[in-house]
Design a protein around this ligand. Structure first.
Ligand code: NI
Length: 419
């Protein structure tokens, strides 16, 4: 600084004497660091005599700027360059290592004038000079050259400004540090260090030191905001198709084939008498991942039977099912939907009726079966059909195509009850 001043005094009476003004020490003349855009000529204080040419992408310290001229330091030399030839560069924020000797030199030479020392663990702005073992550093008003090995990467943490009136950001970790600006309440900041009650923070707008107790830890919802482009997926609509009275030698295998085509699972309420007749077909149904329910042995109206007869209908059917698939049935459905409290109390598995009767057993019309499904279907529907009618097998492809198109997932009754 002294050298610049004396140089300038010589040109005091030139028309450029106003350059003096920014050099008077005041808070406004905080040095900045910039970069040369091209070959830049460095002039002496007369602005006439060329000192040297600074190569492109060189880091220079700007002490002041007036009328399109910048008063700069470049490595070991001081002088003036046209402001249009230099540009602002973003600093790196680094922590001053505890193990370092963070001496700030006037020039990029260890025997040059010592301008000051950086506080250990403080966060400073550094600008790397590729060809040099020195970095240009700025800490408040202190700018100069420091050996690169004095710095470490700081750890970053997110904080929120908690003070109602906001917090003051300063150049240095001190209540007398020059004011950079103010951050309003609830501003999210990146915190780089905590130094004796002061923390260094950065935001898009500014960087500097604030008092640590002016910040609070981000609450978890703010720290990990949920991505909004993909909101929570729409809950799947579920439907359970049920087929009663089988298995049937011809129809059941066709139905299995169509279910497989649509990757649909269904529930088969079988008659024990048919399970005994077609155990192989029932095993195929079971192996394909469908659920097997008990529909009595002889399709009896249980409400017309005594307790023992009811028990026999249930047990005999269960035995035939177990003989075919090696497992017990997991559901029960009474023929004709005819049941009462006494019958229910004899069951060891859920008693399942239906919410949609396709009346496929009555009209034998695939079109009407599809229509009945489409009119009544909603999330959670249990649809009644029979795998003993060819017309039901004929309707199934269009029923499944329609349900899939409407976004339904076809699941077993037990799956449906779980959700
Ligand atoms: Ni039935």
């Amino acid at each position: 600084m002294k050298k610049i001043k004396s140089a300038l005094l010589l040109s005091l009476f030139t028309t450029l004497c106003f350059i003096l003004l920014p050099l008077t020490p005041d808070a406004a003349s905080i040095p900045t660091v910039k970069k040369t855009l091209s070959d830049v000529v460095l002039f002496d204080a007369s602005l006439q005599e060329k000192i040297m040419t600074i190569p492109p992408n060189s880091v220079v310290v700007v002490h002041s700027e007036v009328e399109g001229w910048s008063n700069i330091s470049y490595e070991n030399t001081l002088g003036f360059v046209k402001s249009e030839n230099i540009n602002v560069i973003d600093p790196l924020f680094r922590r001053v290592k505890e193990t370092g000797t963070p001496i700030v030199y006037e020039k990029s030479l260890e025997n040059s004038t010592v301008k000051g020392k950086l506080p250990l663990n403080s966060i400073v702005e550094i600008y790397l000079v590729e060809s040099s073992s020195f970095a240009v550093v700025r800490y408040g008003n202190l700018t100069g050259y420091v050996l690169k090995n004095n710095f470490a990467m700081p750890t970053e943490q997110i904080r929120i400004v908690k003070e109602a009136n906001g917090i003051t950001v300063r150049q240095t970790a001190s209540p007398t540090g020059d004011v950079v600006g103010k951050l309003p309440k609830d501003t999210k900041v990146t915190m780089l260090t905590n130094l004796n009650g002061w923390v260094f923070v950065t935001t898009k707008e500014m960087s500097g030191y604030v008092v640590a107790n002016g910040l609070k830890i981000v609450s978890p919802p703010l720290a990990t905001p949920k991505p909004t482009p993909n909101p929570t997926p729409v809950k799947k609509k579920l439907v359970a198709l049920t087929f009663d009275d089988g298995p049937h030698q011809k129809v059941t295998p066709q139905i299995l084939k169509t279910l497989k085509k649509y990757d649909a699972k269904a529930t088969f309420f079988v008659l024990g008498s048919n399970a005994k007749k077609y155990p192989t077909i029932l095993k195929e149904v079971y192996k394909a991942g469908h659920e097997i329910g008990n529909h009595t042995y002889n399709h009896a109206d249980l409400t017309k039977l005594n307790k023992q007869q009811v028990q026999d209908e249930i047990n005999k059917s269960d035995e035939a099912i177990k003989a075919a698939i090696g497992k017990n049935s997991t559901l029960f459905r009474p023929p004709y939907g005819a049941s009462n409290k006494d019958i229910s109390s004899q069951l060891t598995v859920p008693n399942i009726l239906w919410t949609i009767d396709t009346l496929d057993w009555k009209h034998h019309n695939p079109e009407l079966t599809l229509q009945n499904v489409n009119i009544h279907v909603k999330n959670g529907s249990i649809i009644l059909m029979h795998d003993i009618h060819q017309t039901t097998a004929d309707a199934l492809d269009s029923v499944l195509a329609s349900l899939k198109k409407q976004g339904y997932e076809l699941v077993t009754v037990s799956e449906l009850l779980k959700k």
